[in-house]
Design a protein around this ligand. Structure first.
Ligand code: SF4
Length: 189
């Protein structure tokens, strides 16, 4: 369940809370909510209380320069603030129930992605590393996907890190890492 990035200080958390409540009132489906770090981390408790089982807050890219170039708006939220939010969210949702998208192929070096994965895994956040896929009609329509020579060793090394940390997509209650259709990472855990 996602919102995009609405121009509100709660970053869509209030709307997601209402939506999760309404869905859970009708059907007991596991729900992952996806939003950007809200201004008030009490939203994590409210989302959880509304029935959200897992949370995604997506970095998209790791290197601050790549972030600024690819997504200048989102990059205005500092990485340190994401990490404060990750830590607060893991306290509410639990280790391995908070995840983040990292899109390989937007300009991050493999070492940068791996270092970011180390940092995320250390605090119990699952790094959902996904190869960028261009979409016709978007500003990055002509931006290439990363090669399998880039992705395979990346997956292998992240898989080893996940194994060592005991983080598994199978244990995630809902969401993209649970689905896994956009990434082969679960095959390497
Ligand atoms: S297909 Fe699966 S992994 Fe991809 S965006 Fe949808 S839920 Fe997430």
């Amino acid at each position: 369940m996602t919102t995009g990035t609405p121009n509100t200080s709660d970053r869509g958390a209030a709307y997601l809370t209402e939506c999760a409540k309404a869905v859970k009132a009708s059907v007991d489906l596991p729900i992952q909510a996806q939003c950007e770090p809200p201004d008030d981390f009490a939203w994590f408790d409210r989302l959880h209380a509304a029935g959200v089982d897992s949370l995604g807050m997506h970095l998209e890219a790791a290197d601050p320069d790549v972030r600024s170039r690819i997504m200048p708006g989102k990059a205005s939220v500092p990485l340190d603030y994401y990490f404060e939010a990750f830590a607060a969210a893991v306290r509410v949702f639990g280790r391995g129930q908070v995840s983040t998208y990292l899109l390989a192929g937007l300009g991050d070096r493999a070492e940068t992605i791996l270092a970011m994965c180390d940092r995320l895994i250390a605090i119990g956040v699952y790094p959902f590393v996904v190869p960028f896929v261009p979409i016709t009609g978007t500003p990055l329509a002509n931006h290439p996907s990363p090669s399998s020579e880039f992705m395979y060793p990346l997956y292998q090394q992240i898989g080893t890190k996940l194994k060592q940390a005991g983080l598994s997509s199978a244990d995630i209650k809902a969401g993209c890492a649970k689905c896994g259709a956009c990434s082969a990472i679960s095959q390497f855990e």
